[in-house]
Design a protein around this ligand. Structure first.
Ligand code: FAD
Ligand code: EPU
Length: 380
C-alpha cells in the first residue's frame, strides 16, 4: 500500500473515533502513556515550566520550559507558532526510551491523537490506522482480540503508537517494519502534514530516519499497519520455550501474546515500580570474521544471525561478563534479571544513570573491544 506515500503535503482523512477508554492509562508497564494531570482535559494545551518527572519512565526529575500537547488538527497553527518561538524542540511520547540528564531548555511537543480507523483489505486482512497518542500495548491488545495477527510478538512494549516507528520497535523475532504500512507526520518546520511509506522511513534494527536528520523535525500523528494472514513468528528461542512450557502446539496471535507477556513480566522490571527505560544499549552487530575472533577467546559468546551475513552479539552477556548484573551504586543500578536494563533504585538523577552507563560502556570496550551503542535517547 505504498502508493499512498507522497513527498508532498496531504489532507487529513476522516476517522472513526474510538470510545472505549484507549490511550492514556492503557494497560501493562506504567500504564504506558503517563497522564499529564489536570490539563489532560484541555485541547491543544500549552504549559510553561513543566515537571517532566512523571513523563519519563526512569522517573528522574527534570523540567521543560514549555510543553505543547497536540490533540487535534485545529492545534496545528498554535503548535507552529509555539515552534517558531522556540530555539529547541523535543518530540516526546511516553518517555519510556529517554533519559533526561538535565532540564530541557526548550519546547516539548507531544501528539495525543487517539483515534482508530480500520479498513478491510480483503481476504481477512485489515489496515489499522492508529493515533500517535494511543498506548502501544493497547493497540496490540485491540488487534489481537479481533484476530488481526501481526503485532502480537510486540506485546507489552511500553510507549505510544507514535514512537513505535522511531526506533522500529522489535521483540521476540518481530520488528514493527514487518507490518508497517505508512505514517502521517507533521513537519514542525513547514507545518505540512506528510504521509510516508516504509522506504522513506529507512527502518533497520532499532533505527529509522527519525533518529537522524528527521529527529525532532517531524511529529508522527498517525501510524498504519497491515494485519491478518501472517504465519505466527515463533522462532525466537525464549518464545519457543515459553510456548512449549504452556503446552501450545498450534500458536495463535492470542497464545503468542500471552507467552510474550509472561516472559516480559518475568525478565523486565515494570517501570510503574522500578524506574527504567528497557534495554539501555543495543546489541552490537559484527561480521562473521569478527565474531569468530571474539569466540576464540569467549567460545560461549551468544550471537544471532541477522540474515544478511552479520551477527547480533548479545550485549546483555557482554555487560553481565563485566560483572554489572544486579549491582547497585547509591540510587542507580543494573537489573538483576537483565543486565541491559539500568534502573532507578529511588531518587536517582539522570546524570547519575548516565555516569553508570558510561562506566559500563568503558568496561565493555576494554574487555571485548566492542563499542556499545545507546538505545535510550539521552537529553542533555
Ligand atoms: P519516548 O521515549 O517518549 O521517545 C522515544 C523517541 O521517539 C524520542 O527520540 C522521541 O523524540 C521520539 N518520539 C516519540 N514520539 C514521537 C512522535 N509522535 N513523533 C516523532 N517522534 C517521536 N523497545 C523495543 O523496541 N523493544 C522492546 O522490547 C522494548 N522493551 C522495553 C521494556 C521496558 C520495560 C521499557 C521501559 C522500554 C522498552 N522499550 C522497548 C523501549 C520503548 O518502550 C520504545 O522505544 C517505545 O517505542 C518508546 O515509546 P515512547 O512513547 O515512550 O517514546
Ligand atoms: N543475556 C545475558 N545476560 C542478561 C541478558 C541477556 O547473558 O542479563 C544473553 C542471553 O544469552 C540471552 C541473550 O542475551 O539468551 C538474549 O537475551 P534476550 O532474549 O533478553 O534479548 P536481548 O537481546 O537482551 C532484545 C531487545 C529487547 C527485547 C528482547 C526480546 C535489544 C537491545 N533489546 O534483548 O528489547 O525485548 O530482545 O526480543 O535489542 C528494549 O529494546 O528496550 C528491549 C527490552
Amino acid at each position: 500500500r505504498d502508493e499512498a506515500s507522497t513527498a508532498g503535503a496531504i489532507a487529513l482523512q476522516p476517522v472513526l473515533y474510538c470510545s472505549d477508554g484507549c490511550g492514556a492509562g492503557g494497560q501493562g508497564h506504567a500504564g504506558a502513556v503517563p497522564s499529564v494531570g489536570a490539563s489532560e482535559q484541555l485541547n491543544n494545551a500549552e504549559r510553561h515550566d513543566v515537571d517532566l518527572g512523571r513523563l519519563n519512565t526512569f522517573g528522574v526529575p527534570a523540567r521543560a520550559v514549555r510543553l505543547f500537547d497536540l490533540r487535534d488538527t485545529a492545534g496545528f497553527e498554535l503548535l507552529a507558532a509555539a515552534v517558531k518561538e522556540s530555539t529547541r524542540v523535543l518530540v516526546l511520547g511516553s518517555g519510556s526510551n529517554v533519559l533526561f540528564a538535565r532540564d530541557f531548555g526548550g519546547l516539548v511537543v507531544r501528539c495525543r491523537f487517539k483515534e482508530i480507523k480500520v479498513s478491510s483489505l480483503g481476504g481477512g486482512k485489515v489496515e489499522v490506522a492508529a493515533g500517535a497518542g494511543l498506548s502501544w500495548d493497547w493497540i496490540v491488545r485491540y488487534c489481537v482480540q479481533r484476530g488481526w495477527s501481526g503485532l502480537e510478538n510486540l506485546s507489552l512494549i511500553p510507549g505510544s503508537v507514535g514512537a513505535a516507528p522511531i526506533q522500529n520497535i522489535g521483540a521476540y523475532g518481530v520488528e514493527l517494519s514487518s507490518c508497517f504500512s505508512w505514517l502521517e507526520a507533521l513537519d514542525l518546520q513547514s507545518g505540512e502534514l506528510h504521509r510516508m511509506g516504509p522506504g522513506e522511513c529507512c527502518f533497520s534494527y532499532r533505527d529509522s530516519r527519525f533518529k537522524s536528520d528527521w529527529r525532532d523535525r517531524f511529529l508522527v500523528v498517525r501510524v498504519a499497519f497491515h494485519l491478518g494472514g501472517q504465519s505466527p513468528a515463533t522462532d525466537y528461542p525464549s518464545l519457543q520455550e515459553e510456548l512449549s512450557r504452556a503446552g501450545v502446539t498450534r500458536p495463535t496471535a492470542h497464545s503468542i501474546r500471552q507467552a510474550v507477556i509472561a516472559i516480559r513480566q518475568r525478565r523486565l522490571p515494570d517501570p510503574a515500580r522500578v524506574g527504567n527505560a528497557g534495554s539501555f544499549f543495543k546489541n552490537p552487530v559484527v561480521d562473521a570474521e569478527r565474531l569468530s575472533m571474539l569466540r576464540k577467546e569467549w567460545p560461549e559468546l551468544p550471537a544471532f544471525e541477522t540474515g544478511d551475513g552479520y551477527y547480533r552479539v548479545a550485549a546483555g552477556w557482554l555487560v553481565e561478563s563485566c560483572g554489572w548484573k544486579g549491582i547497585q551504586r547509591g540510587s542507580v543500578g543494573v537489573s538483576e534479571n537483565h543486565s541491559l536494563v539500568l534502573i532507578n533504585c529511588g531518587n536517582a538523577r539522570g546524570h547519575e544513570i548516565l555516569a553508570l552507563a558510561t562506566e559500563i560502556e568503558v568496561s565493555v570496550k576494554e574487555r571485548f573491544n566492542l563499542r556499545l551503542e545507546r538505545e535510550v535517547r539521552v537529553i542533555d
